[in-house]
Design a protein around this ligand. Structure first.
Ligand code: TK8
Length: 338
């Protein structure tokens, strides 16, 4: 009888402690305000995922961890926010991998063109050993890399002409993301590549400071590039991830419980964002058509030609990034492909 009673108490205690841990009530969690910055506007996939992250964090922390989100680069461009995080002036952000290559050069692998064939391959590499190792490298530079969101396969837009072959890029001033690989790739394809932060891009297109740019369909739609760019060419030349980052300086002041809850909410935002991005991509394409964009797709033969054309750039940067790293990347892609 007594023994049975004891067992019951034990079971009850276990159930209780599990529940409490889940709600973080007994955990070491202090009320905090977290500033989270991103570059696209509030109606973008980034905006929706940022709000999801804020809600999730509030939920798992029982309302203690509050996140305030700032879209449209209101806290600065990706590079400016990266610096603010390193210095501890801002807690969190999401941004592209391309400008991160300035801190951890290996992030440049994602600017090598024509690597991934599908989102599934990208997910496998990013959530697998290579992607996770790259995130760990950020810590020495003052950043904590939490999860990858999908920015996506990039396509070209411009105000001059449809791009049916690489030669059509001749004389087109094309804004590219800010690293050497992107610059090398687009100059080699024949464009005049101009590196520029995303936050300055719409105005640059509107004033014809540049003729074109390249980004995923979802961004072309949410940033309303169709208002200033009549031509869209589907090239899917590169897949860019976004990385959710925290300031290491700030992160180190958090309790292990707080860090765990933030990681948990970040993982939920990753799953939400990828699903949303993929669903939105199809919808966005319709919106671009309705808004009068002239859309063409480069043929597989032309993609093969472009690939050949940029091979010297790929070879050069494979040496600089590390041939073992690029081999690992290709191996992981092959594994996901089969
Ligand atoms: C937004 C950028 C954007 C990226 C770019 O801050 O720079 O073109 O694709 O998503 O990170």
């Amino acid at each position: 009888m007594i023994k049975q009673f004891k067992t019951r108490i034990l079971v009850l205690a276990t159930v209780l402690s599990c529940t409490v841990a889940g709600v973080a009530a007994a955990a070491d969690v202090k009320p905090r305000l977290i500033r989270f910055g991103y570059g696209l506007n509030e109606e973008s996939v980034q905006g929706r995922a940022a709000r999801h992250l804020a809600q999730e964090l509030e939920k798992v922390s029982g309302g203690k961890l509050k996140m305030r989100t700032f879209g449209s680069a209101n806290l600065g461009s990706d590079e400016q926010m990266q610096s603010a995080l390193v210095g501890g002036a801002q807690e969190m952000m999401v941004g592209s991998t391309a400008p991160l290559a300035g801190m951890v050069k290996e992030f440049g692998v994602f600017d090598l063109p024509f690597l991934f064939n599908s989102e599934k391959e990208a997910d496998a590499v990013l959530d697998g050993p290579l992607g996770q190792d790259l995130l760990k490298k950020l810590e020495a530079k003052g950043l904590v890399g939490l999860v990858y969101w999908e920015n996506g396969f990039r396509n070209m837009t411009n105000s001059k002409r449809p791009i049916t072959r690489a030669e059509d890029l001749q004389g087109i001033k094309l804004r590219v993301m800010q690293n050497q690989i992107a610059l090398g790739v687009f100059n080699t394809l024949g464009a005049n590549a101009v590196p520029m932060p995303f936050s300055e891009l719409f105005t640059a297109l509107e004033t014809r400071t540049v003729d074109g740019q390249e980004n995923p369909i979802t961004t072309i739609q949410s940033s309303k590039f169709y208002e200033v760019q009549p031509y869209l060419t589907i090239t899917r030349h590169v897949y860019t991830p976004w990385v959710v980052l925290a300031s290491k300086k700030w992160w180190d002041t958090l309790s292990p419980d707080e860090q765990k809850l933030i990681r948990q909410a970040a993982a939920s935002s990753r799953d939400f964002e990828r699903q949303d991005s993929r669903a939105d991509s199809t919808k966005a394409m319709g919106t671009l058509e309705k808004n009068g964009m002239k859309i063409n797709t480069v043929t597989p033969e032309e993609v093969a030609r472009m690939r050949q054309k940029v091979q010297p750039v790929v070879d050069k940067y494979t040496q600089e990034l590390g041939p073992e790293l690029v081999k690992q990347l290709n191996d992981e892609i092959q594994k996901a492909r089969n």
